[in-house]
Design a protein. Sequence first.
Length: 232
Amino acid sequence: MNDTVTVPFHVGLTPDRVVDAAEELTRESHLMSWSIRDLAGRLGVAPSVIYHHVGGKDLLCRRVVERVLVRIELPDAELSWQAWFRTLLHSVQPLAGEYPGVAKWMLMHGPTIPAVLPVLEAGMAILRRAGFGDRTELAYAVLLNSAMLTISMSDDRLQHEGDGPRDHATMMTEFRQLPTASDDVRAMGRDFLRPFAEGGETAARMRIAYYHFTVDTTIAGLASTLTGGTAQ
């Protein structure tokens, strides 16, 4: 008789360890691009073990997003609404950018998890205090959605950054084939689109500059809807 006890191959695996691995895969690729099979391979277990410990891809995505959101630090409540949102959104960009796909998840699902409530409640209070009144919800949505959409576009572009040199060459060729293009259009291709197509640090700097411009312009636009555009 064999008294040897067979030890399950997934002993020691916990839900937190599964989410840790999902977080790592997201940082390395994109929240939407890895599969349960990829995650199981990372942990050295069968896919059924992942479902047993945490659940399917939807639940895992939610857990990864929660981990990112709890790292957000709220700005000083005494700041003007413009400064408050500028501080918040400028700090969110590098955090969300570290985990590609999180911004897209937020766009798709909105404030549906407890981890986002502190930011939502604080932001709404700041905007209401500023005088947005019954447009508070719209103002908040415009601010957050514009920021998340810009980050999401950058995330998606990163997935294809290897095509940069080809994209760059194609773009330059197409511009040269537009004999009626103005100098301004050609300058846009040279000075704005080219850095994105090049990839690497050049594209990273342009993404940050474009994001900050989007945030600042959105804030300025909302300010103009208030009396005199100067409400604090």
